[in-house]
Structures are given as C-alpha cells and as structure tokens.
Design a protein around this ligand. Structure first.
Ligand code: ADP
Ligand code: ASP
Ligand code: MG
Length: 456
C-alpha cells in the first residue's frame, strides 16, 4: 500500500464543539489525511491569554473564574463525545497543569513570554485529545481499520527559544518526524497533533505566534514529504477579500503562491503569513476549504495557475502605525538606512511597508510592536521619531501591478475623499498598498472591490 501523504489542519471554529469535531473528523477521514493538525477550540487561546494576564495582575478568584470557563467548555465536549473516565483523566491532568502554572504566575506576579507560551499550549493539547476521540468514533462508524493516534507535537516540532514567536528548526524536525512517524505512506495510522506549539532543544514549550497552526501544519507537511497540505476553516476557501468586511467577496478557485503569500502577509487572516514558505520550498500544493461545507470546494494555492488577473484580491491590515524618522543628517550621507535596519535587526522586528525621502524614512509597524519601548528608544537616538496610530494598510494583490499604467489613477479616483498617508508601489509585481485611517479601511475595501472585482 502506497498512498498520498495528506496533512490536514483544522482551525478553532472547526473544533467549536463535539458536533463540529465529529464533522471535521468526517472530512479528515474522507480526505484520507495521514497527519491532522488541530488548533485550540474556538476562543480558548484568547481565554488562556486572559487567564495569564489576570493571574499576573488581578485576584486569584478572577483567574479561577476563567479556569472554570475553560474546564467547562472542554468537559462538555468530552461528555458529548461520551469519553471514558480514563481519557477524561488526561484532560484533568492538563487542567491541573494549567492551574499550577497560573498559580505560579499569580504568586510571582510575573508572566514571562516563556510562561505565557506554556499556558497557551494547553489549548491545543486539550483540543487534540478530544479530536483524537472524535476521529476514532468516526473511524469505528465507518468500520475502518485505521486508528487515530494522539501525538505530542513537541516531540517533533523543535524550535529556537524566541518565546511567543519561535522559529522552527527544520532539519531537526525532519529527523524527528522520520523517527517518530515512520513510513506514513505505508501504514494505516492517522496522527492527530497540535498546531501552534513546539519545544526548544532543552525542553521548553514555545509557540509560533497567533494563528500559527497553519504554519505548524505546513512545516510538518514539508518534514514528512507530504503531497498535499489542506487547511480546513470556516469559509469555503480564500476569497477576493475578507467576507466579514465585504458581502460581495467570493471564493477564488486558484491562486498562485506569490499572490497568496502577499495576501497573508498583508492581513488576510485566512492563512498565517509564514504558512506558504514551507509549501513553496517543497512544492506542496495547498488546498483551503470549509470544514462546515466541504462539498462547496475551495481554493488551490499552487506555483502555476491558469489566470493572472491584474487584481485578484484585497486585504486589510488593521492596527497599523506609521513611524517617520527625520534627520537632516540623512541629506547627502550614506549609511542611514543601514543604521535603521540594524536597530530593527537587533530587536528582531521586521519592517513591512517603507518609503524614503531625502531627510526622512517612513515605515509601518503593527501597533503591538510599539510596545517594544527599547526599539523606539534606539530609533530616537538617531533621528526625530514621529508616530501616527490607528491606521490600516489596504492592499490590492494581483499580477503585473508595477507595470500597469493607469492603475494608481483608477484606485485613487475611486476614493477621492480618503486621506492616504503612505503609498507603496514598485517593489512587488503582486502588490499595491497604501495607508488610510483605520475607521475608513472597510469602506475603502468595499469601494475598490466594487470597481476592480465587482459582484458578478
Ligand atoms: P481558523 O480558526 O480556521 O484558523 P481564522 O479565523 O484564522 O480561522 O481564518 C478564517 C477567517 O479569515 C475567515 O472567517 C475570514 O473572516 C477571514 N479572512 C480574511 N481574509 C480572507 C480572505 N481573503 N478569504 C477568506 N477569508 C478571509
Ligand atoms: N490557537 C492559536 C491561536 O488562536 C493558533 C491557531 O489557531 O492557529 O492563535
Ligand atoms: Mg487561523
């Protein structure tokens, strides 16, 4: 028996309750997934972060209220799946671990990123135990000979020690996958494992950053030499823009790796921005579909696609700040950009959109990055720093964007009343982006969608 290796990832909404888990298990089994990567149940990662913050900053009673909420949610799913007491015990052990960690944070009044990662890891560890049960229920129903086996992903997904945004160590992961998962093509085990979390070489739990389960699945797909990576979520594929923002958004049947990468990087929550890197490196086609309605089809993300429209999709990235550095010393001198990039490199922060003039440089940052006070402090040492907050980055993603005359005219003609703070065009064939006030972002997307994509 030699089968295709399919790695499937199911997001939080696909893990919402027992019925959703069974529905998602049906999809995984129908698709013949060999490795299934799951997120925490919907809302749980947010609750775990709130628990960590409350434990650090508030009363223990308040922390216990959140702990109880998390317990009740998971025990209800266990009951609805009719789980045996010994399996419920493994959930209880995780609740105890969570309580001890939160208590530690509370007593020390200190929640480091390291502690936060361990606390967040409980979400995926709980959901994966429940999902293994759902898988075995469905396999039994179909009288399948396959068996779902729970795997602690931390045995294989090794990372560096940048807590909260750890980077995977690919060659180590490949070696561990080979040793732990064996010849996937030739056996009928299905591994159920956690997205989002990993472990350092010295055994500390890490996370890959919010929404990181997509990335985990892609890394595992690369490590096991998968033929296909499937991302199952709550919408039937990648749409022309976020359907929550624009009612005319419609699913795209095919999109190139390059376009989808730009879309993810510039704010489309449907994929974690790093997801496509392993897929591109290892030529793994990616399918995105709805676990709620798998029959509706979805989007294929691949290297070569049939059509290359000028504007394929649009993204809105909220909570952006525009940071402008100005200094007359930049005039006729060299090395200023080097100094800026060096400071960003020292703080391990990446710059997204950037423009320069003779004596100033402007770039966008996520609002949360402004919390890295040392970064701003270091920038202030070399220039005057001006910060504008509550902005949103609007991106048009497609093909040949930097070589098409009249595009900018058509865009800005559509939004003559909108104050545009910064424009980035030229560096990418696939992207045209600009900054607007955050509260006009959705309106701008809707108007541009109407003109460039329409509602056919
Ligand atoms: P999951 O929990 O499955 O990872 P996410 O909430 O992270 O799901 O991502 C799915 C959501 O991404 C959709 O519900 C949708 O609102 C949002 N989204 C943003 N941009 C797009 C887009 N271009 N196409 C489809 N969905 C998008
Ligand atoms: N559970 C994590 C989060 O909510 C990871 C993920 O869902 O992809 O960010
Ligand atoms: Mg997600």
């Amino acid at each position: 028996m030699s089968e295709k290796i399919i790695v499937s990832k199911f997001g939080g909404t696909s893990m919402g309750d027992a019925a959703r888990m069974v529905g998602s298990a049906e999809v995984a089994i129908k698709q013949k997934a060999k490795v299934v990567v799951v997120s925490a149940t919907s809302g749980t990662t947010n609750d775990l972060i709130e628990l960590a913050i409350t434990s650090e900053k508030s009363s223990w009673i308040n922390a216990q209220t959140i702990l109880t909420k998390i317990k009740i949610r998971h025990l209800k799913i266990a009951r609805d799946l009719d789980m045996s007491p010994d399996k419920i015990d493994s959930l209880n052990q995780l609740f105890e671990e969570l309580e001890s960690m939160s208590r530690g944070v509370h007593l020390l009044k200190d929640c480091s990123l390291k502690a936060l990662d361990s606390i967040q890891s409980i979400g995926e560890r709980l959901s994966s135990i429940l999902f293994t049960e759902a898988m075995n229920i469905v396999l039994e129903k179909h009288k399948s000979e396959s068996k779902a086996q729970w795997l602690d992903v931390r045995e294989v997904l090794l990372t560096d020690n940048q807590f909260s945004k750890a980077r995977p160590l690919l060659s180590e992961i490949k070696a561990q996958c080979l040793e732990r998962l064996g010849a996937l093509r030739h056996n009928d085990q299905i591994f159920i494992t956690q997205g989002f979390i990993g472990k350092t070489k010295d055994g500390m739990t890490t996370t890959l950053g919010r929404g990181g389960s997509d990335y985990s699945a892609a890394i595992l797909a690369e490590a096991v030499g998968a033929d296909i990576l499937e991302i199952w979520t709550d919408v039937p594929g990648i749409a022309t823009t976020d359907p929550r923002i624009c009612k005319d958004a419609r699913a795209i049947s095919e999109i190139s790796f390059k376009e989808a990468s730009e879309l993810a990087t510039f704010g489309a929550k449907i994929l974690h921005p790093a997801t496509l890197l392993p897929a591109i490196r290892s030529h793994i086609p990616v399918f995105v579909g709805s676990s709620f309605n798998p029959e509706q089809g979805g989007t294929w993300v691949k290297k070569d696609v049939e059509q290359a429209p000028l504007v394929r999709a649009m993204a809105l990235r909220k909570k952006q700040s525009l940071v402008t550095l100005s200094t007359p010393e930049m005039l006729y001198s060299h090395g200023f950009l080097y100094q800026i990039f060096k400071i960003f490199n020292d703080h391990k922060v990446s710059i997204d959109a950037i423009t320069t003039s003779e004596i100033s440089v402007s770039f966008t940052l996520d609002d949360s990055t402004l919390l890295i006070k040392e970064l701003i402090f270091d920038l202030e040492k070399i220039a005057e720093v001006q910060i504008e907050e509550q902005l949103a980055l609007v991106s048009l993603i497609g093909n040949n964007i930097n070589h098409t005359s009249g595009l900018a005219h058509k865009i800005f003609q559509t939004i003559p009343d909108i104050n545009v703070r910064m424009i980035c065009l030229g560096a990418s064939k696939h992207n045209f982006c600009f900054l607007v006030a955050e509260d006009s972002g959705a309106d701008v997307i809707n108007r541009l969608h109407d003109v460039f994509i329409g509602n056919v």
